[in-house]
Design a protein around this ligand. Sequence first.
Ligand SMILES: Cc1ncc(C[n+]2csc(CCOP(=O)(O)OP(=O)(O)O)c2C)c(N)n1
Ligand SMILES: [Mg+2]
Length: 792
Amino acid sequence: MNENVTMLEEAERKILWLACWMIHNANHLRESRDRLKVGGHQSSSASAATLLTALYMHALRPEDRVAVKPHAAPVYHAIQYLLGRQSRQNLESFRGFGGAQSYPSRTKDAPDVDFSTGSVGLGVGMTLFASLVQDYVRLHQLGDGRAPGRMVAVLGDAELDEGNVFEAMLEGWKQDVRNLWWIIDYNRHSLDGVVNDELFQRIRQFFENVGWEVVSLKYGGRLLAAFDGPAGEALKQWIDDCPNQLYSALTFKGGAAWRSELARDLNGTAGLAELLDRHEDAALHELMTNLGGHDMASLVEAFDSVSDDRPRCFIAYTIKGHRLPLAGHKDNHAGLMTPAQMNVFRAAHSIPEGAEWDVHTGLTCDRSVFVDFLASVPFASERPAATTRRVPVEPLEAPTGEMLSTQDAFGKVMTALSRREDELARRVMTTSPDVTVSTNLGGWVNRLGVFNRNPAADTFREQAVASPLKWEKSEIGQHLELGIAENNLFLLLAAAGLSHSLFGARLLPVGTLYDPFISRGLDALNYACYQDARFMLVATPSGISLAPEGGAHQSIASPLNGIAQDGLASFEPAFADEMTAIMSWAFDYMQRDGSGQSRTNWLRDIEGGSVYLRLSTRPIRQPKRAMTDELRQSIIDGGYWLHQPSRDTMLVIAYTGAVAPEAAAAHAQIVDEIPGTGLLAITSADRLNAGWHAAEAARQDGVAPARAHVERLLAAVPARARIVTVTDGHPLTLSWLGSVLGHRVRALGVEHFGQSGDIPDLYRHYRIDAAAIMDACAAACLDQLRPVTAVA
Ligand SMILES: Cc1ncc(C[n+]2csc(CCOP(=O)(O)OP(=O)(O)O)c2C)c(N)n1
Ligand SMILES: [Mg+2]
């Protein structure tokens, strides 16, 4: 064991050197073509170097999955480099184009990043949900039988200010989460300064309250030995009482400052003078900063002593900037060593000029010993692979009925799916933050049950209380019910949507929530998409068509979020057959990985992604029509002509979603006066828009015949014709249509907070009813008779 600790310390020195050099190189040596500061985090890296070394070079097993705090990215990259999984070239271009990323990124870095980090708190929560997903996969026997891994987060102490971390912990407690380690880099510094002294006592209690085992790693071996000496007790008390601010300031000032402070405060303590005399300034500084999180032997022992799967929190006391001249300074978060300081650091690490990236220089042991050590690291062996196997998607059947809302249709499709005992039905996992019933997943849950590691019968059923809803919890339930926390929903979707990659078992997660509350978790949604997780987000109800519920529940901006969110194909169907076609396609799209062929529609359809359906509770009359391949494809590409415009028409009405009846009614009245008026049904403003931009870029790249679906649709509209667009959401969702081929547009939609009412009242008030559409059409036609002039 001692030998191993020595080698780990050797590795740590090398890792710290490489991390600091990587940042130094990016800032001081790499040619800079602009005045932007490259940055990097030498202090945060130094604080986590021991922790990460102990973890990656000793404790981790290949099946474990880790979220590394964003600002320790250089340490992470250096470790991967030593393990032969990162290239020198990438390190040399750290934070540069195509180089190792500023914050560990699953999609942009080499393959071994398990969880991206960057937005603090999210990576931490993600590990908890990943652990639940791992259990789900194992208990449903969907995986390849691999041993369960530990889900590990190495987090900054200030990450615990993020509420999402606590939301996740509460959910973890409810779900009896296991195999979860959070290692807190407790350096008592955030970005702006030093964190509150008392806070951590509360935080510690919180962990214990929700069933975690908390392990404190406060003192290193040298300090513990000093505590055994004559002045030991007083010294320990002094450190325990020392405010964070003072401890940090003394750390920055060094040995002489410790000496005078201790001599003053502990004046007269037996044995103190001897202790101080025994230590030169440098040695005293070493002693006073010998904290648990920088003591390799303590860390190794703490990690090795875990033998069960209880969730564990390690509070590892560290120093931000440890062993660097920046150590302890409150402003050190973005601090950089100067070239002169770097030279001193270089000398301390015995790194000759020109050998900075060499793995084997500056070692205190033989090269071959170090090589053997690296080869023996357990984590260095091959990691369990992702699965690329796709679940076949037999088309879903569209529900029938005169009057249906898209939300009705969604519930019916899911209930029908729950009856199918095929692979698709087995791989779908649903989840919802306490809105399962009101988003119409009740039928699905009735048949397939709620997932929980601890089975529980439905008491209401046992007590013969009549209810259409069965709520039975078991290890094989297919719905994971969350408390009301949208951040948790998105983190669970992120984890489940990466199950094929993390756990070798494909899941097709479907999450439902109310459309306006997407905003509550937007950063977590972005985080899920950034990692290329694959899920279906079904947001229902939406818009002011949720009339009596009032403004607090009515969404306006969500279609724009849907357009802007990368990795998420957004749809707003109006009819049940559209919704079903989109869902069938989506289950396949969620599984695509860039392999295989697809027709060129200028969308990322070969690569695949996640899908967002914005649905409504408004029942609308369904068209009587057969679904043809052509119609299906147009629905998926984003739109189709319900009424094709004539070659000489003056007018087109384009709508999306629940306002279909108003658009159709206005069209029916206008078409007599303006023959040939077109009616364009838009199922995905997002995909129409994305295709247009991509085709435009392709043409600029010389692919002259590139045409997007929206360009083909609008090619049927005469140049002088006007387009009136209408949506139950922000009008910008569709107003861009005019830029595609230069048609002038009048865009109707909702721009101000909603309120209670019925649909006719609200649609009239917000000017998206048939009358408002006709007014806009009339104005557009009048406008057409006038020449286009600039308005003064
Ligand atoms: C959501 C979010 N808000 C703000 C930031 C900016 N930020 C980056 S690091 C940091 C402080 C982090 O402190 P801590 O977690 O203790 O990390 P360490 O001390 O280890 O560097 C902040 C506020 C961020 N990355 N993410
Ligand atoms: Mg910190």
